[in-house]
Design a protein around this ligand. Sequence first.
Ligand code: AR6
Length: 207
Amino acid sequence: PSPPSMASASGVSTISNGGDGVIRFPLSPSSSLVIQKGDITRWFVDGSTDAIVNPANERMLGGGGADGAIHKAAGPDLLQACYNVPEVRPGVRCPTGEARITPGFNLPASHVIHTVGPIYNGDSNPQASLRSAYRNSLIVAKDHNIQYIAFTAISCGVYGYPYDEAAMIAISTVKEFRTDFKEVHFVLFSPDVYNEWLNKANEALKD
Ligand code: AR6
């Protein structure tokens, strides 16, 4: 695909997937948080080391939702790479709240960071688990010198997490890493989720 170029308020210009409703919030003099509508499987930043974050499950062998779409777009090599991630216990390659990295294969993004958010009604501390999923994804990205990273709303689909609470955790955790990335994106599929993320970013990043 040949994506349009996005000019930003901060003067930094990136090429991304052409998602609409692109809103940029400064995190530091050299980094920003970007919220947009769209399909995360199409997201990339041209010429950079970039990663999309896959809201996976503990087996890490694909599934529905964004996970299914990411595997479909990446092709079968991604599934093979996931098989090659060692199990930490039978059937578990990535425990809830942790993160693992693979190449992106046929995706436009160069890497996939797989993380596992909590099942909202099945986790003893869903807030801590969701925060860990974001935090560990950002730590893995940092360890791999990734400068541009895109998230979906982890746990807000099949796993049933309420959007408002999830948005607050997502944005406050990204804020902790405010100097570590050039851009942290949220690529959001559903208008309700997108609106909730904008509300919370306006509250948390208004200064
Ligand atoms: N691009 C951006 N966002 C998307 C896309 C997409 N292509 N597809 C879905 N979403 P979910 P979870 C949004 O269910 O709740 C899978 O079966 C979706 O609207 O993908 O963490 C896994 O294998 C929602 O806002 O992830 C696990 O078993 C958000 O992405 C389980 O689901 C996350 O929804 C994980 O559930």
